[in-house]
Design a protein around this ligand. Sequence first.
Ligand code: ATP
Ligand SMILES: Nc1ccn([C@@H]2O[C@H](COP(=O)(O)O)[C@@H](O)[C@H]2O)c(=O)n1
Length: 228
Amino acid sequence: MKKITIAIDGFSSCGKSTMAKDLAREVGYIYIDSGAMYRAVTLYSIENGIFNGDVIDTEKLKKEIKNIRISFQLNKETGRPDTYLNGVNVENKIRSMEVSSKVSPISTLDFVREEMVAQQQAMGKEKGIVMDGRDIGTTVFPDAELKIFVTATPEIRAQRRYDELKAKGQEASFDEILENVKQRDYIDQNREVSPLRKAEDALLLDNTHLSIEEQKEWLFGQFNKVSK
Ligand SMILES: Nc1ncnc2c1ncn2[C@@H]1O[C@H](COP(=O)(O)OP(=O)(O)OP(=O)(O)O)[C@@H](O)[C@H]1O
Ligand SMILES: Nc1ccn([C@@H]2O[C@H](COP(=O)(O)O)[C@@H](O)[C@H]2O)c(=O)n1
């Protein structure tokens, strides 16, 4: 079977990484969560005085962007890749509400995107990769053989995230999560550089009423059609 490139884009918290990870594991592909990379840059910015409240010191970040090394390592317990920032495991920290509330403004910066896209393209140059994000099918891998664009209602997406945080024993407010989901969707769709949009040749999947198992089956069906 030939190795292909799979781009899974879509709105916040709609299940992109759940689908992408499952497919990558089953078919032996690399899985990259590109959102984790933008989250890691955001965490770096929070921890290194680049934020003054909500204001970003873009000159400082521009100088330091080349010093931000992001990598992924398989976590044997979860069977999923953890995100490392300059050699430190930041998988839990990058999922905090503080990072979630600051990541979309960081992602609008052209020099941040340039650096992330270059790293993502290097990771995918041998194909055999599933990457999820916002601009994978449009900018990072415009020639991907399989492109999926996932959506679901904001309320169902917020509910899924709320349930996930609750299950992990983390404090969560449904209203705060819903507001964050809507705010990120707005910024992601309206930024100048690589806004979130469906690539013309992407398949649309609305998983509002699909279970994890049903969406997995659908994705595998698409993969089998394209990779033959
Ligand atoms: N079809 C589904 N039905 C119910 N829950 C789902 C479904 N798909 C994913 N989930 C759950 O929804 C939550 C969000 O999923 P996931 O993290 O995969 O979304 P995402 O699109 O990658 O999010 P983000 O944009 O924040 O990276 C997770 O708890 C996941 O288990
Ligand atoms: N290709 C991408 C991926 C993500 N972003 C930005 O990062 C935020 C967090 O991503 P999650 O997938 O973890 O939700 C997201 O809201 C975008 O602002 C991006 O710009 N491009």
